[in-house]
Write a protein that binds this ligand. Structure first.
Ligand SMILES: [Zn+2]
Length: 165
């Protein structure tokens, strides 16, 4: 029923959204007329509404349509001038939608904000490097090409902490 759009600025629009749903998105019911800061149209509602009811409904629906935040945890070497870590220290990092968010430095009591830290390099989960070394050793053994074998052996040394680049 698209013709209902013209009515959605009223307090009694029957789109199923309540004043509580829309208040966080800038609209509350009331008897005032202002200007919508989103579409520039007239905003009927409470005295200080930020936008018209239609724009608040669109903002709410856009938020509900967003996929949930994807969270992952990784260990990194970090430094943080602000928190007194001038030298690299290990920390668990929480990423939200691929953006570093919170930092739990090993042994620290406080949770740091990622903005206050420098992420240096990811620490491979325990066991991953050892597993990679095993695979590479098999590849090195099986390859018929000496040059490839040499490169694989170098990769093994890198994973074992040798061969500074
Ligand atoms: Zn609007």
């Amino acid at each position: 029923m698209t013709y209902a759009w013209s009515m959605t600025d009223g307090d009694h629009a029957d789109d199923g959204y309540t004043a509580d749903d829309l208040q966080p998105h800038g609209w509350s019911p009331g008897g005032y007329v202002g200007t919508c800061k989103v579409c520039g149209g007239r905003a009927f509602g409470a005295k200080r509404v930020r936008c018209c009811r239609s724009c608040a409904v669109r903002a709410l629906e856009a938020e509900r349509a967003k996929p949930p935040v994807v969270e992952r945890r990784e260990f990194w070497w970090i430094t943080s001038e602000r928190w007194g870590h001038p030298n690299q220290t290990p920390a668990e990092i929480i990423f939200r939608d691929d953006v570093a968010s919170q930092v739990f430095a090993v042994g620290a009591d406080e949770i740091y904000r990622a903005e206050d830290c420098v992420l240096i390099e990811r620490v491979l989960p325990a066991g991953h490097a050892a597993a990679a070394v095993e695979k590479l050793q098999a590849a090195s053994f099986n390859t018929g090409c000496p040059r490839t074998g040499y490169v694989i052996d170098e990769a093994i040394e890198l994973l074992q902490g040798g061969l500074p680049v």
